[in-house]
Design a binder for this molecule. Structure first.
Ligand SMILES: [Zn+2]
Length: 231
């Protein structure tokens, strides 16, 4: 099992790791800072460094419950090699800002979430909603929340506690992963938004850039898509 360093500190930009397994298109490490694609958040990109050689990490994803770092080239690598990991921090920090903003969006629209997607400069959530929300109100609301300098904190609750409060889960189709006994919770501004999430977030909303544009699309009678654009 890979130790997932990004869960407790999403600001780690590099770390030393050891290769524990080599698969067809990538490697598995004893510990990593690379976030594997999950919950609408894309997998990290970056490099690994071994000796004088740098190899691009093209993607990071879960395959059979293991975190695979998809590499440009694995031909010179062996199990037990010591390497240095470096994520593409600029890209990840942008993703963290977009991701955290989608939590703030959940605090403005109380309807259940039916889907979502995050990239570097844009993110979207789909809501189980009949009427279109007002995009000007959302734009103003989000930028106002960002300016409140809310702290973002990580905590956990037991699976039993979550069973007693099923409303904490905002996503209709996706339930947080179970089996560890504990569920990772993200809290923004002490209750502005509080929900289970495994992704990477900024530590304070003041780190988020200004949202430039909101688009609302009709995706069905009970499905409205809200796109948050930073460009
Ligand atoms: Zn999150």
């Amino acid at each position: 099992m890979t130790s997932e360093l990004f869960r407790n500190d999403s600001y780690l930009k590099s770390c030393n790791s050891k290769i524990i397994k080599i698969e067809d298109d990538g490697i598995i490490l004893d510990q990593t800072i690379f976030y594997p694609e999950a919950g609408g958040q894309p997998g990290d990109k970056g490099k690994i460094i071994i000796g004088n050689e740098q190899i691009d990490v093209l993607d990071t994803r879960y395959v059979n419950n293991e975190i695979i770092h998809v590499l440009e080239n694995i031909s010179n690598l062996s199990v037990d090699d010591e390497i240095e990991c470096k994520i593409d921090w600029e890209r990840r920090f942008n993703i963290m800002q977009v991701h955290t903003t989608l939590h703030l969006l959940c605090s403005l629209i109380s309807a259940p979430v039916t889907g979502g997607q995050i990239n570097e400069n844009k993110g979207r959530l789909d809501f189980d909603l009949e009427s279109k929300p007002n995009k000007e109100e959302i734009l103003e609301g989000l930028n106002n929340l960002i300016k409140q300098n809310y702290e973002v904190s990580i905590s956990s609750i037991s699976e039993t506690e979550l069973d007693e409060k099923p409303d904490l889960v905002r996503t209709m189709a996706v339930q947080p992963p179970r089996g560890k006994g504990e569920i990772r919770m993200i809290d923004i501004g002490k209750g502005v938004d509080y929900q289970p999430c495994g992704g990477t977030h900024v530590n304070n909303t003041s780190e988020i850039r200004e949202v430039k544009k909101i688009k609302v699309e009709n995706k069905g009678r009970m499905n409205k898509r809200v796109i948050v654009d930073f460009l």
